[in-house]
Design a protein around this ligand. Structure first.
Ligand SMILES: NC(=O)c1ccc[n+]([C@@H]2O[C@H](COP(=O)([O-])OP(=O)(O)OC[C@H]3O[C@@H](n4cnc5c(N)ncnc54)[C@H](OP(=O)(O)O)[C@@H]3O)[C@@H](O)[C@H]2O)c1
Length: 290
């Protein structure tokens, strides 16, 4: 079986490629823009047609919410239009398509946890671009899994924009880490998501799923836990209000209470704090991510 992973130089894509390879797939890694720009329609479709993968795991994306607010066209080009290209490619080759969407499709107004049957209503450019990407897949493909994860932590991909490495770097430099205390989600370890995706992709139970580690936490709680598990001074992590430290509006609550995911695949995800502890233990053991 052959798997093609886009965004394989990124935080999630790298982990996903490693997990599919470990599961015995012949794995083709598209290492970001240095491999192929997925917004180049003929090039990416030609490549997929040549490779004919059994499954495409589409992890490439523009995920800096503040940058995308300033660069709307670039954000839609990569997230929505690039994903449409992947959907066209998958429908032409008959490949299964696993698309990594986001919890940012929700507005965060719900007072309880979100599930697969809540309506998307994104509040920022990023969320809108991910929602449009989902719609392109639904209209162009039949064999698709749309996966909405929440905030991800992990050790792979680029060092910049990685929450764990930025906490290490800032605290070691004597700086404070500002983290929002009014934004809650179900934080998730990229390794757990990647391993779940291997199981998901082995089925034909297509559809839209919320996939995360269990439980809820604010960005502040996660950041402080990261510092403490690393043996760093947790007091350097300062609780702040999202609206005061970030440009793009954030949904206040995207905690997940999935209805469809575990009933379909029989996968019990670990609580987020256990997953984080495992992730930091892996960092301490190897000292690096990739
Ligand atoms: N991180 C999170 O907390 C989170 C939460 C929910 C959903 N997601 C979604 O999960 C997916 C993966 O996120 P991530 O955190 O792994 O992001 P990431 O670390 O920023 O990786 C993004 C990947 O996309 C690639 N890429 C960017 N522009 C490209 C282009 N024009 N053509 C081909 N590849 C391109 C990047 O390659 P380069 O090496 O060229 O930069 C990189 O490999 C994204 O779709 C994101 O929206 C992420």
């Amino acid at each position: 079986m052959k798997a093609l992973v886009t965004g394989a130089s990124g935080l999630l894509g790298w982990e996903v490629a490693d997990a599919f390879e470990a599961a015995g797939y012949q794995t083709v890694r598209l290492m970001g823009r240095q491999s192929i720009d997925i917004t180049n329609t003929p090039e990416i479709i030609g490549f997929v047609e040549k490779e004919k993968p059994d499954v495409i795991i589409h992890c490439a994306g523009f995920r800096d919410l503040d940058e995308i607010e300033k660069n709307e066209a670039q954000g839609f080009a990569l997230n929505a239009f690039g994903t449409k290209n992947m959907a066209l490619a998958a429908s032409r080759t008959g490949s299964k398509l696993v698309y990594i969407s986001s919890d940012a499709v929700y507005d965060g107004e719900k007072k309880t946890g979100y599930h697969e049957y809540d309506f998307p209503n994104p509040v920022n450019v990023y969320g809108k671009s991910k929602h449009m990407a989902e719609e392109a897949i639904r209209s162009l493909c039949q064999k698709y899994f749309i996966i909405r994860p929440a905030w991800l932590f992990g050790l792979k991909g680029h060092r910049e924009n990685n929450v764990i490495f930025s906490i290490i770097d800032k605290i070691n430099a004597g700086e404070q880490v500002l983290a929002s205390g009014n934004q809650f989600c179900s934080p998730s370890y990229t390794l757990d998501i990647a391993e779940a995706l291997v199981k998901v992709a082995s089925t034909e139970y297509y559809g839209t799923y919320l996939v995360s580690n269990r439980g809820a936490a604010s960005r502040y709680e996660v950041s402080r836990s990261i510092a403490e598990f690393l043996g760093l001074d947790g007091g350097k992590v300062i609780e702040a209000e999202s609206g005061k430290i970030r440009l793009a509006k954030r949904a206040a609550n995207t905690v997940f209470e999935s209805i469809a995911f575990s009933r379909t695949f029989g996968i019990a995800m670990a609580p987020w704090k256990d997953a984080l502890e495992r992730c930091i233990a892996a960092y301490k053991k190897t000292g690096a991510g990739n």
